[in-house]
Design a protein around this ligand. Sequence first.
Ligand code: PBG
Length: 331
Amino acid sequence: MIASYPQARLRRTRATAWSRALHREVLITPADLIWPLFVTEGSGVEAPIASLPGVSRWSVDGIVARAREAVDLGIPCLALFPNTQAERRSDDGAEALNPDNLMCRAIRAIRDACGDTIGILTDVALDPYTSHGQDGLVNAAGYVENDATVEVLVGQSLNQAAAGADIIAPSDMMDGRIGAIRDALESHGHVNVQIMSYAAKYASAFYGPFRDAVGSRGLLKGDKKTYQMDPGNAEEALREVELDLAEGADSVMVKPGLPYLDIAVRVKEAFGVPVFAYQVSGEYAMIEAAVAAGAGERDALVLETLLAFKRAGCSGVLTYHAAHAARLLGA
Ligand code: PBG
């Protein structure tokens, strides 16, 4: 039985700040945030990314400083992506398997500096390492081969786990990779290394600035539509998630974020597992462009969009605004 006006006045509970606070259904806190960071060679390097204003690539020492900052801000986890030197990129992305690659050095440096006070999530996919910018191995016809790629991704995952990664996050969208990676982690003693699967990852126009950041944009010919999902599909996202859970994913991700909130809701309702959303580079850039154009106010836009993810049922959000948001929210 629902009362009607004037017995019911929904504005009553909105009349004061204390009452709005009391009735708020969801909260965003720094503990909900995962901070994506781009690593580059050198020392003392901060290289701004033009299409991602306010975000830089950092050399390993700078990444360690960001990790310390994150701990102070109450951010529980970092997501690392490498900008591999051009001469280390190859057709087969072999640098992904090098135990001394940029990622592994960054992982070890953060671990040395911060111990287990912060989580380290690492991206598994070959695009930062390939000379063609695709996430996997490309055959003569230009097709990204599934099973051969999975073998390399398994090696990449073991390499990152050995360096100290806490969460392996495959973003490549090959079939069967979660099960293969889980088996390998188990048999190599990494039983507590988690897998956060980019389970519902769409072939999206919102990834452009990220590709600038890892240096794959100019290399990439064509698109990623033979492995990333079609933006028209929602039922298929549920199948992707179901398979990844059956193969041993500890948590799943929906990506991009805001344009795909309906997917996050449906995944949460269908499976009740930890769901994360990636507010991707193009979404970040849209907010910054709106701010620069005087069309919106940064702090409010950031907090409102992050809250939307929590309302949709997400456990947390990967966002380039993580440090800024955490500062606004207070540790
Ligand atoms: C690639 C990868 C991408 C992102 C994360 N991992 C780009 C792509 O699939 O081309 C995008 C993240 C962002 O746009 O912020 N494995």
